[in-house]
Design a protein around this ligand. Structure first.
Ligand code: C2O
Ligand code: CU
Ligand code: CU
Length: 423
């Protein structure tokens, strides 16, 4: 099988280190988490922030040797993937400082999409991610409806870096359409993305492509941990440029733009909405070769999950003076089971935000559908605004204990997390 390569690596954008598959079906790689001598205070996987870009196909078996060379316990969590619980890298399976472990799992059929990996030890997740431990994992399908388009991975991390660089420049040829995979890997920031008003097309969400493209967007809010795939067409004459920007967004008194590294420490007191748009990346139109191709009108079938009869309620609170971050009034307790499900059962959850700030709600080990969303899509993280209720439906294929939590990592570390037991 042809292994595709991200061409962004040749387009003037700082490259993620691509981890090349060792064989056709098995991928053996090693990720070492360690402090970076070159940049004191930062930590990295294999010395780079973001960590290596892992690229594989549905059905591939990944074997990853994890070496923890940090001064504290860590894990690697494979955010968004439906894999066995023992491989999930959740707080239930910490790896001691100096220790090694192997993660081994098969990428499920139908899982093609943009995922990411990061540490997940209770109480220190924010610190570890904000210091630089994060990376993208792309699962390709056997037949990609968007085959042939430039496939550009964009990892936005603290403090406002794209693929580890400040305001990098990307090239697009006149008449070209590119596919961008954008990951918000920051510990607490919201990115209200725009291309200075130029329209773009939403092609995919956390769990892969939509059923069909959603055209004519001029902005899209990307909450912490969310991913999107968008199609960007060149609209400028050669020599022209347009910026990918983060527009001001008010995520509540404490949910927004942190002040530098570990911006969320101290519960994020003192965060502000930025005064104006911030340029994240410059897209410059430069004559060059590309494969002229009209993207298809339909991508794949997404079956709506069968309607579950009963719904469970999860109320998010916290953020007022003197009140901690909690779900249904309880803070995280590793020894407690907060919700139950069965393998194969469809559940419906209503997530209610009774706090004064946004919370991106994330569930491990599966993808869900947001029932009120305008289009059917697979998601693993959904933003819930103050006063809003969001209903999700999902099914788990693996038994075990799965976390659900707010992905503003300071909130998660403070206990805004629960455990779903699937039996
Ligand atoms: Cu991205 Cu529980 O995590
Ligand atoms: Cu996760
Ligand atoms: Cu939160």
């Amino acid at each position: 099988m042809e292994r595709r390569r991200f061409i962004a690596l040749a387009a003037g954008l700082p490259a993620l280190a691509l981890v090349r598959p060792a064989s056709a079906r098995d991928i053996d790689l090693a990720l070492t988490a360690a402090p970076r001598a070159a940049a004191p205070g930062t930590w990295a996987y294999n010395g780079t922030v973001p960590g290596p870009l892992i690229e594989a196909h549905e059905g591939d078996r990944l074997r990853i040797l994890f070496r923890n060379r940090l001064p504290q316990a860590s894990t690697i969590h494979w955010h968004g993937l439906a894999i066995p619980e023992a491989q999930d890298g959740s707080p239930f399976h910490p790896v001691a400082p100096g220790a090694d472990r192997i993660y081994e799992f098969t990428l499920p059929e139908g899982s093609a999409g943009t995922y990411w990996y990061h540490p997940h030890v209770h109480g220190t997740t924010e610190e570890q991610v904000a210091r630089g431990l994060l990376g993208m994992l792309v699962v390709h399908p056997h037949h990609d409806p968007l085959e042939g388009l430039a496939d550009v991975p964009l990892v936005i991390s603290d403090p406002l870096l794209v693929n580890g660089a400040r305001r990098p420049r990307l090239a697009i040829a006149p008449g070209e359409t590119q596919r961008w995979r954008i990951l918000n890997a920051s510990a607490s920031r919201y990115f209200r993305l725009s291309l200075q008003g130029r329209p773009f097309t939403l092609a995919g969400t956390d769990g892969g492509l939509l059923a069909a493209p959603l055209e004519g967007l001029t902005e899209h809010l990307l909450a912490p941990a969310e991913r999107i795939e968008i199609l960007v067409a060149s609209r400028e004459a050669a020599g022209g440029s347009v910026a990918l920007q983060a527009l001001p967004y008010d995520a509540g008194t404490m949910g927004m733009m942190g002040g530098g590294m570990m911006g969320g420490m101290g519960m994020g007191m003192g965060r502000r909405t930025p005064p104006g748009p911030i340029d994240l990346l410059e897209l410059r139109t430069v004559p060059g070769p590309f494969e002229a191709r009209t993207p298809p009108r339909a991508y794949r079938a997404i079956e709506p999950l069968a309607r579950a009869r009963d719904a469970s309620r999860f109320v998010l609170t916290g953020g007022m003076m003197m009140s901690g971050f909690a779900i249904n009034g309880r803070t995280f307790d590793m020894a407690r089971i907060d919700a139950e499900s069965r393998v194969g059962e469809v559940q419906r959850w209503v997530i209610e935000n009774a706090s004064p700030m946004d919370h991106p709600f994330h569930l491990h080990g599966t993808q869900f559908q947001v029932l009120s969303a305008p289009v059917l899509a697979w998601k693993d993280t959904v933003n819930v605004r103050p006063g809003q209720s969001v209903t999700i439906a999902f099914r788990h294929d693996h038994p075990g204990r799965w976390m659900y939590h707010c992905h503003i990592l300071a909130h998660e570390d403070a206990g805004m997390m629960g455990v779903l037991r699937v039996s």
